[in-house]
Design a protein around this ligand. Structure first.
Ligand code: ADP
Ligand code: MG
Length: 680
C-alpha cells in the first residue's frame, strides 16, 4: 500500500465511512496518519476488579460468562452484564445500545475502560469502551483520542490508524535533511508518526511530538520565506515620483484625513519612492478609515501613470468599494471598473478589455481579479482588503498580475505580535490607531429575550425618525440550507412584529445578484430592517443604520461581535448595539460584559484571548493560513524559535534549495504553497 493511496484502500471502509473520513479532511492514507490525536487515555494501568475505586476511570479485564439483560423504562433501554476476573465481578451497563446484549461473547475476555460508580452495594461501570482481548494481548497501553465526527467512533478510527501504520510501516518519506535532524535533535518521521498515535514510552511520545511540531512550524516558515523571496527577487520596485504632499492630493476625499491616516500614507509614500517593492500591512480597527488610505495611495499611483487594483473578499463589499471609488475618481477623469463573478459574459469582456488597454486605471473586484485571463496594462499597486479573509497565496497572486507591483494589505483584526511575526513576517506593518472625528460612542446593551417587546418598540421608534437596523442571526456551520431557513423564519417573525418597518434579508443561499439588490435597497433606504447572518460582517458601510441587534450573541466570538458592532456608528447619529442572549454561563456573561464596556478592538481581542484561551485565538485560519495540526503556539514558542533558526540556517546553506538532500523538502514546500493549503 502506498501512503498516497485513497483511504478507501484500507480494509473496512464503506461508502458511509469514507464520507465521514472526508469530512475530517482525510482523503489519503497519509492524511489519516497525520490526523493526530487530540488527547490520550491511559490504559497501561490495568486493575483487578477488586481494585476498582468509585468515581475513577479505570481499565480492567473481565470475562463474560453469560448473556446480558436488556431492561427499560420509558424510552430508555439499558443493558446490564456481569463480568468476572479471579478477584470478583462487576456489572457493566450501557444505555440505549440494546445490541450490546449479544455483541459480547460468552467465555471471552475483554478490556473495559470506563468510569466506576457505586450504586448502594453494587459497583457498576457505565457505558465503558470495550475491546476484545486476543491471545497475544500484551498488556494495556496508552491509546489515542482523535478529533472525530458523528458516526465515526474512536474505536473505528483507532483501528484504521493501526491498520495504516501496519501497512505502511517505515515507508513514510523523510523530508528533513540529516544535518537538520542532527543539529536540532529531531526524531525520524516514521518513528514520530508511530509514536504520536501509540506512544511506546513517555520519552517516545515527547520526541514524536517535538518532531512533528517542529516539522509543522518549520515548513510553514520555510514556505512563507519562499513566498517573500519570490516577491523580493522580482527585482526593483516601481519608483513613483514624490508628489507634493500625497495626502493633500487626496483632496478628492470628502473629508480631511486623520493624523493616523496621514502617518500611514507617509509610510506608504516612503516605500513607493524607495525603489524597493512595497509589502505593507495596514492594521486599523473597524471604521478607522482604511478605505480612504487605499484610495489616496491608488490615486497617487494612477497619477504616476500606473494602474491600481483593490480586491475584496465578498461581492457586496467589492460593489461598495466600486461605488466609493467611482464617485471620487470619475470627476477627476479616472475610470474605475468592477470585476466580479456575477458579471454577464459581455460585461466581463468589456471590463477585461479596459483593464488590458489601461483605459480603466482603477480596478475593483473580488477573487475574479486574480483569475487567469485578467491582464493589466501596467499594474503598480495591488491592495487586498480584509486580508484575513484571503490566503497568503492569493495576496501574491494579485501582485503577480504586474511586474514589481507594490502591495498593500488591510485588516481590522488585531494580532498579537508573535503571531504577526509568523503571519506577516514578510510585511512591514502600519497601524491606524485613531478613529475619524465626530464619532459618537456606540451604546452597547446586553439583554435577555424578555426584552424583546421593548427592543421592537425601540426599532420602530428609530424607523419613525428615518433610521435603519441590522439584525444578525448566528451562522449555522456547514449547513446553508438550514441557515437560510432560520434567517427566513426570523425575517417573517420580525415583519409581523415590526408592522411599520420594511424588513428584508440576505443569506448564504441567495445568488450574488439577489444579495446585491437587497443590499442596495438597504443602502438607499428602501428597507428599514436588514436580517442576515454574519455575511455582512465585513466592510459594509451604511451610515444611516444606527441599530445593530445581534441574536444569540453568546455564539459569536468577541472579535466578530466587535466587527459587527462596527457596522453602526458610522454617521453622526447616535448608534446602539443590542446583544440578545439567554445564556447563563459565566464565560458568556463576561464576554458580553466586555463588549458592553469596551470599544477598543485591541482590548477586546486581549480579553478574547483570556476567555477563550490561546488555542482558539491563535487560529491561523482567521488569518488566511492553514490551521496548525499539532503545534500549539501558546505552548510551543521555544520550538517555534528553533524552527525559525533552522530556516535561517537552511537559507544560509542552500538558499535556492538546489542540493540533492533538499529535494524532498523543496517538493514539500512547493506543495504547501501550491496546494489548497494556503488558498482557503
Ligand atoms: P474601515 O477601516 O473599517 O474599512 P472605512 O474605510 O469603511 O473603515 O471608513 C469608515 C467610515 O469613515 C466611512 O464612512 C468613511 O467615509 C469615514 N471616514 C474615513 N476617514 C475619515 C476621515 N478622515 N474623516 C471623516 N470620515 C472618515
Ligand atoms: Mg473596510
Amino acid at each position: 500500500m502506498e501512503r498516497s493511496d485513497p483511504v478507501s484502500a484500507l480494509k473496512g471502509i464503506g461508502e458511509q465511512r469514507e464520507k465521514r473520513l472526508h469530512r475530517l479532511d482525510i482523503f489519503t492514507v497519509e492524511q489519516l496518519l497525520t490526523h493526530y490525536p487530540r488527547d490520550y487515555k491511559d490504559r497501561s494501568q490495568i486493575l483487578k476488579i477488586s481494585e476498582l475505586i468509585p468515581n475513577e476511570t479505570a481499565a480492567f479485564l473481565g470475562q463474560v460468562r453469560g448473556e446480558g439483560q436488556n431492561g427499560g423504562r420509558g424510552r430508555m433501554v439499558f443493558t446490564r452484564l456481569k463480568v468476572y476476573d479471579e478477584t470478583g465481578s462487576v456489572t457493566v451497563l450501557w444505555f440505549n445500545q440494546p445490541y450490546m446484549k449479544s455483541s459480547l461473547k460468552t467465555g471471552e475476555w475483554y478490556l473495559f475502560t470506563g468510569k466506576v460508580q457505586q450504586k448502594g452495594r453494587q459497583t457498576e461501570v457505565v457505558s465503558p469502551e470495550c475491546e476484545r482481548i486476543g491471545e497475544n494481548f500484551a498488556g494495556g497501553r496508552i491509546i489515542p483520542v482523535y478529533p472525530s465526527v458523528e458516526g465515526l467512533s474512536q474505536k473505528t478510527l483507532r483501528g484504521l490508524v493501526e491498520q495504516a501504520l501496519r501497512e505502511t510501516v517505515d515507508t513514510l518519506p523523510e523530508e528533513l535533511p540529516l544535518w537538520l535532524r542532527k543539529g536540532y535533535r529531531i526524531a525520524e518521521r516514521n518513528f514520530a508518526i508511530e509514536n504520536i498515535h501509540f506512544p511506546k514510552t513517555e520519552q517516545g511520545f515527547y520526541d514524536a511530538r517535538r518532531r512533528l511540531v517542529f516539522e509543522e512550524l518549520f515548513l510553514l516558515q520555510a514556505a512563507l520565506f519562499r513566498l517573500k523571496q519570490t516577491l523580493e527577487d522580482s527585482g526593483e520596485g516601481i519608483r513613483l515620483k514624490r508628489k507634493k504632499a500625497v495626502w493633500e492630493k487626496a483632496a478628492i476625499l470628502p473629508f480631511a484625513l486623520t493624523d493616523a491616516q496621514k502617518t500611514v500614507l507617509k509610510e506608504i509614500e516612503k516605500d513607493m519612492t524607495s525603489g524597493k517593492v512595497m509589502n505593507r500591512l495596514v492594521q486599523g480597527d473597524v471604521g478607522s478609515g482604511k478605505t480612504a488610505v487605499a484610495l489616496a495611495a491608488a490615486f497617487w499611483t494612477i497619477q504616476n501613470g500606473f494602474q491600481a487594483a483593490i480586491m475584496a473578499p465578498t461581492e457586496v463589499l467589492a460593489r461598495q468599494h466600486y461605488e466609493t471609488f467611482t464617485k471620487l475618481f470619475a470627476p477627476v477623469g479616472i475610470e474605475t471598473v468592477l470585476l466580479t463573478g456575477s458579471l454577464t459574459a459581455k460585461e466581463k469582456r468589456e471590463a477585461l478589455a479596459k483593464v488590458a488597454s489601461g483605459a480603466a486605471m482603477m480596478v475593483v473586484g473580488t477573487h475574479a481579479v486574480i483569475q487567469a485571463g485578467v491582464e493589466f496594462a501596467r499594474l503598480g499597486l495591488a491592495v487586498t482588503d480584509e486580508q484575513h479573509r484571503f490566503g497568503v497565496r492569493q495576496r501574491s497572486l494579485l501582485a503577480d498580475k504586474g511586474k514589481n507591483v507594490h502591495t498593500l494589505v488591510m485588516t481590522a483584526t488585531p494580532i498579537p505580535r508573535t503571531l504577526a511575526l509568523i503571519l506577516y513576517g514578510d510585511l512591514d506593518i502600519s497601524i491606524i490607531d485613531e478613529l475619524p472625528p465626530g464619532r459618537q460612542k456606540i451604546d452597547t446593551l446586553a439583554v435577555n429575550s424578555s426584552y424583546r417587546k421593548r427592543i421592537y418598540a425601540f426599532i420602530q421608534k428609530h424607523k419613525a425618525e428615518g433610521r435603519q437596523t441590522y439584525v444578525i442571526c448566528p451562522m449555522i456551520e456547514e449547513n446553508e440550507k438550514l441557515e437560510a431557513q432560520a434567517v427566513l423564519q426570523h425575517t417573517e417573525e420580525l415583519q409581523r412584529e415590526l408592522e411599520s418597518c420594511r424588513v428584508a434579508c440576505v443569506h448564504g443561499k441567495m445568488k450574488a445578484k439577489e444579495k446585491q439588490a437587497v443590499m442596495e435597497a438597504f443602502a438607499s433606504g428602501e428597507i428599514d430592517v436588514l436580517v442576515s447572518t454574519t455575511v455582512i460582517e465585513v466592510g459594509i458601510n451604511v451610515p444611516n443604520a444606527t441599530i445593530m441587534l445581534i441574536e444569540n450573541a453568546e455564539r459569536f466570538g468577541l472579535a466578530q461581535l466587535h466587527q459587527l458592532r462596527g457596522r453602526v456608528g458610522r454617521g453622526s447619529e447616535k448608534s446602539y448595539c443590542i446583544l440578545v442572549s439567554d445564556s447563563k454561563t459565566k464565560v458568556a456573561k463576561e464576554r458580553l460584559k466586555t463588549m458592553a464596556e469596551s470599544e477598543d478592538g485591541f482590548v477586546i481581542s486581549e480579553m478574547d484571548l483570556k476567555l477563550r484561551g490561546p488555542g482558539e485565538f491563535f487560529g491561523l485560519r482567521q488569518h488566511g493560513l492553514p490551521e496548525l495540526k499539532i503545534a500549539d503556539l501558546s505552548r510551543d514558542m521555544p520550538i517555534l524559535k528553533e524552527a525559525q533558526k533552522a530556516v535561517a540556517e537552511l537559507i544560509e546553506r542552500d538558499r535556492e534549495l538546489a542540493a540533492e538532500e533538499h529535494q524532498p523538502l523543496k517538493r514539500q514546500i512547493e506543495g504547501y504553497l501550491e496546494g489548497k493549503n494556503l488558498e482557503m
